[in-house]
Design a protein around this ligand. Structure first.
Ligand code: SF4
Length: 447
């Protein structure tokens, strides 16, 4: 088999990790991966359905590829969340698609593509993972040579009323700790300096066995895992996303104990109104959330906090929205905030509610929240001026080729004058300029 495959990824880090996995399985089966959708024999889109816009984008992209390839049409496949949710109806809506592979079919992608190459018109696989399917990936197969995503849990049991993930990714399934630790050791040996433990809710981690974890250390399996991962010696360890209800103070204690657990927590609030949080079925109130923030603020090192907020959830009144603004004030602003205008996801419980907040009102709330956050963020970023941060050099700046770019341990984008010889190294940068979403500085020491 010598067909070439182009793989394009939308959505979250779980999708990036799944694409890396698909890449490995395809190469092992004899396919060549290409970065050109113009020439590939097979074009696969790994899709996201969390927002309406993301789900639409993939069909726009399919149309674009088709128009450019008239006369040399590739095999087109859709994998991931949209594939899992929409299934065979994708064939009717987009007749150029001949492969649909659900979220648990990634390892079977080579066989599915082969069947399409053999002339089968509608190849579909929405089945569960095969029993005993391995999660690990070789260190050499990672998109980045320096930073690797390590899934520890997939799926979600929380069923927030607006969210499609429990349906697209299924129930929570945690990976065995000994496998995670072995993978991180391998990444470390191959020169990766930073790993991100990823999952829809990493702190809901509940493996079947606790092999490789100290039973006594840590309040929850996730805290024990954090300590075990820290003990691997990996230089920088980040984790995302944390679910507020399952966020225990012991996570902060683990960070206090281990310098290599980085200073960044992503803790989505979604709303500051208890009424809306109840309608979202988040399982926490604004005050529960603020207690978690207090715990994070009590850490020995200053931890960055980022969050997600949805504006215009059905029934959200102006007073509810004011509660959200108040929450942000009480948090003291975030180091970064992802704001989303509510959009209905079919077949979720919230889809049966009347979406009574007009688009204009959603946009107005979005803008107001953004303005509030920006003013906090500016002050937070300005506090870095004159300070030193440790940056893993990950690439060349896309705007200024003479600048290099990377992330600090507090997960800020940091740019600085440098050369490609710095790639993959950890450098100390003194910050001289705070920009809206990044910092700029000079390297003051490099290895
Ligand atoms: S916790 Fe809620 S928002 Fe997050 S993935 Fe699960 S259902 Fe979706």
């Amino acid at each position: 088999m010598s067909a070439t495959v182009y793989l394009e990824t939308f959505g979250c880090q779980m999708n990036v990790a799944d694409s890396e996995r698909a890449d490995v399985r395809l190469r092992a089966a004899g396919f060549d991966l290409t970065s050109s959708p113009e020439t590939a024999d097979v074009v696969i889109f790994n899709t996201c359905s969390v927002r309406e816009r993301a789900a639409h984008k993939v069909f726009t992209r399919i149309g674009e590829v088709r128009r450019r390839r008239i006369g040399s049409e590739p095999i087109v496949g859709v994998m991931g969340c949209v594939a899992q949710l929409e299934g065979a109806s994708i064939f009717d809506g987009s007749p150029s698609v001949s492969v649909v592979a659900g979220t648990r079919a990634t390892d079977r992608l080579p066989q599915l593509i082969s069947r399409a190459l053999d002339g089968e018109r509608r190849v579909i696989d929405l089945d569960e993972r095969a029993a005993g399917e391995a999660w690990d990936l070789p260190a050499t197969a990672r998109t980045s040579k320096y930073v690797a995503f390590v899934p520890i849990i997939e799926g979600c049991n929380k069923f927030c009323t607006y969210c499609i993930v429990p349906y697209s990714r299924g129930r929570e399934k945690s990976r065995e700790p000994s496998d995670i630790i072995a993978e991180i050791h391998e990444l470390h040996r191959h020169g990766h300096h930073e790993i991100h433990l990823i999952g829809q809710n990493v702190n809901s981690y509940r493996p079947k066995t606790e092999s490789g974890l100290e039973r006594t250390k840590g309040a929850t399996p996730f805290c024990r895992l954090l300590r075990a991962v820290a003990a691997t010696g990996m230089e920088r360890i980040k984790f995302t996303t944390s679910f507020p209800r399952d966020f225990h103070r012991d996570i902060v204690a683990a960070i206090d104990e281990h310098e290599n657990l980085c200073e960044w927590i992503h803790l989505p609030a979604q709303s500051g109104s208890d009424r809306v949080l109840r309608a979202m079925r988040r399982g926490h109130t604004a005050s529960d959330y603020l207690k978690r923030i207090d715990a994070v603020r009590s850490a020995r090192r200053k931890l960055s906090i980022t969050s997600d907020i949805i504006v215009g959830f059905p029934g959200e009144t102006t007073a509810d929205f004011r509660e959200t603004l108040r929450l942000i004030e009480e948090v003291g602003g975030y180091d970064g905030l992802y704001i989303f205008k509510y959009s209905e996801r079919p077949n979720t419980p919230a889809a049966s509610l009347m979406d009574d907040v007009t688009l204009e009102e959603k946009s107005a709330r979005f803008m107001e929240l953004e303005t509030t956050q920006r003013s906090f963020q500016r002050k937070i970023y300005e506090r870095y001026v004159g300070r030193e941060v440790r940056v893993l050099v990950e690439g060349t700046s896309s705007k200024f080729p003479s600048d290099m770019t990377g992330h600090s341990t507090c997960h800020k984008v940091v740019n600085f004058r440098g050369t490609e010889l710095m790639l993959g190294k950890v450098v100390n940068v003194r910050i001289s300029v705070a920009k809206r979403n990044s910092l700029y500085g000079e390297v003051i020491s490099a290895p």
